[in-house]
Design a binder for this molecule. Sequence first.
Ligand SMILES: [Zn+2]
Ligand SMILES: [Zn+2]
Length: 87
Amino acid sequence: MTREPEIYCPACQWHPRGDSRWICARSKGGCGTRWNTFWTGGCCPGCGHHWETTQCLVCKKVSPHVDWYHFPPEEEAQREKAREVTA
Ligand SMILES: [Zn+2]
Ligand SMILES: [Zn+2]
């Protein structure tokens, strides 16, 4: 079983939807492409620019892109493992 990280805003816990769109900001040298940044891990499909930060569409806070990925705590993962072994 592969563990998928949960993706949500580190500031307000908003979960991006499949139809959520971000813009490769022209004001920051981007190309204006609109896409879902979590499909590409922050990489613009238009110009290939890798965005280190992602702005929340709801609370507008800019956070490092990696902070949006929430992996299960290590302890929880090990407990799951133990359960699989004994099951
Ligand atoms: Zn937010
Ligand atoms: Zn771009």
